[in-house]
Write a protein that binds this ligand. Structure first.
Ligand SMILES: *Cc1c(COP(=O)(O)O)cnc(C)c1O
Length: 443
């Protein structure tokens, strides 16, 4: 291999190129791909840049070096990352508090960045050439996504109407919010939405069973687009690079972040951005009642557990997969504790924080963002006063209107992109939670 090498966190799989790591998603030993050596970036080369695609060219250049995708990095970044991600000052707060708004994409949550970047990468890897292997002759790639909410919509939006790929979304009947369901079912064309008579765990099990079923994989080429794919993580480091440079420009100080966390993909991207050299101070993880990570940092015992349903449902994760990347980067617990801290917020406090910050600051948070706002308020007063803090706003509150509106006593404005999706008709198939039913729906 000539370019950067990517290795598994479990060290039991051969090193691969970036393209291969993106195409595979999971390493064959069950681990997650990470660069063998974190490339070096000169953050000074990004000074003065404000557009994310321009920052991406520099911040991600080392990851793409020597790869088949390297010549396309600029194009990929232009197509995927030309979205606003402003640091908006919380003006009513006397301390230097900002919100990094990551909800200006087509499905109004940060997952748009990763899904769009992955789609652009995969499109170039699938490139229009005649099938070269038996596997490729089996027709378009089928991306299977089990979703409990935001991922399915972001992936559908990113891959919609791309002729080389089909997206099959599995979501649990009655367990996603009405507006989330709308975003999972409004696409048509190459997107198939399956409403599964079961739980999110059933959806995930079905996807896993399909991947290993010999019969199905003889007739379909399956791939996944879940958040462990390095093609979703890389673009997320770009908005932290951009945000931290902007804060440094505006205040003269490093930005510290409070990040709503579930699978830790978003938070890990911030850790990478700091390790690459961008001006980032503290990184604090805000979890909901799923306390696996805060408990681990406190006790040193890694105890994954079944997830608990909360108001911040996109963070209902009991066994966060990207922890494996964090521990690969900082194997010593003491080092890890120096790099990140974490806290947990229960549903009653999420509700309280949504109301409180609306009254105090006039800010409308989604339930996920509210966990981060709460953890920010728990910081010592001098820390909040003496350095700029950024609460990462991972979704637009209007996506969760049935939770937020009764708390604020008002109807939320709906961003244009979301409003457009809400008008489209819903199309879905009802399936029972069995592999047979999934196989029939794939035909
Ligand atoms: C997915 C999601 C999260 C959690 O992000 P991770 O990368 O899984 O930690 C937080 N907020 C929202 C709105 C999400 O959709």
């Amino acid at each position: 291999m000539t370019g950067s090498a990517f290795v598994s966190t479990r060290a039991g799989a051969p090193a691969v190129s970036l393209s291969e790591a993106i195409a595979r998603g999971l390493a064959p030993d069950g681990g997650l791909y990470v660069p063998a050596r974190l490339p070096s970036v000169d953050p000074a080369a990004c000074t003065g840049l404000t557009r994310l695609p321009d920052i991406a060219r520099r911040a991600l250049g080392g990851f793409f070096a020597g790869d088949r995708l390297q010549p396309a990095l600029g194009e990929i970044a232009d197509a995927a990352l030309d979205l606003p991600a402003p640091n908006s000052r919380v003006a009513a707060c006397t301390d230097p508090l900002y919100a990094l708004e990551l909800f200006h994409g087509p499905t109004a949550a940060f997952k748009d960045f990763g899904a769009r970047f992955l789609a652009e990468c995969l499109q170039r890897l699938e490139s229009p050439r005649p099938p070269q292997t038996l596997r490729e002759s089996r027709g378009p790639l089928t991306i299977l996504v089990a979703t409990s909410g935001d991922t399915g919509g972001a992936v559908a939006a990113a891959f919609h109407r791309r002729p080389w790929v089909r997206v099959v979304i599995l979501y649990p009947k009655g367990l996603v919010s009405p507006r989330q369901e709308q975003q999972l079912t409004c696409w048509g064309d190459n997107v198939v939405s399956l409403r599964v008579d079961g739980t999110f765990d059933d959806c995930q099990r079905l996807v896993k069973e399909a991947f290993v079923d010999a019969g199905l994989s003889a007739t379909h080429r399956f791939s996944s687009a879940n958040s462990i794919n390095i093609g979703r993580l890389l673009p997320q480091t770009v908005y932290y690079a951009g945000s931290s440079l902007d804060i440094e420009r505006r205040t003269g100080f490093r930005a510290s972040y409070v990040i709503p966390a579930g699978n830790l993909g978003n938070a890990f991207a911030a850790v990478w951005a700091r390790a690459l050299g961008f001006p980032i101070g503290r990184i604090v993880l805000a979890h909901n009642a799923n306390r696996t990570v805060p408990d681990y940092l406190q006790t040193g015992l890694w105890r994954p557990r079944p997830s608990i349903a909360t108001l911040a449902s996109a963070m209902d994760v009991g066994n966060p997969s990207n922890m494996e990347r964090l521990r690969a980067l900082y194997p010593e617990l003491g080092d890890l504790r120096n790099q990140v801290s974490a806290d947990s917020v229960d549903d009653a406090t999420i509700r309280h924080r949504i109301r409180e910050d609306y009254m105090q600051y006039g800010r409308e948070w989604c339930p996920h963002t509210a966990t981060a706002a709460e953890v920010y308020h728990r910081l010592p007063a001098d820390e909040r006063r003496d350095r700029p803090w950024v609460v990462v706003a991972t979704a637009h509150p209007a996506k969760f209107n049935e939770i937020v509106e009764p708390l604020l006593g008002k109807v939320l404005d709906v961003p244009d992109s979301l409003a457009k999706l809400l008008q489209l008709p819903r199309v879905f198939l009802d399936v029972s939670p069995t592999l047979g039913a999934l196989a029939a729906a794939l035909e």
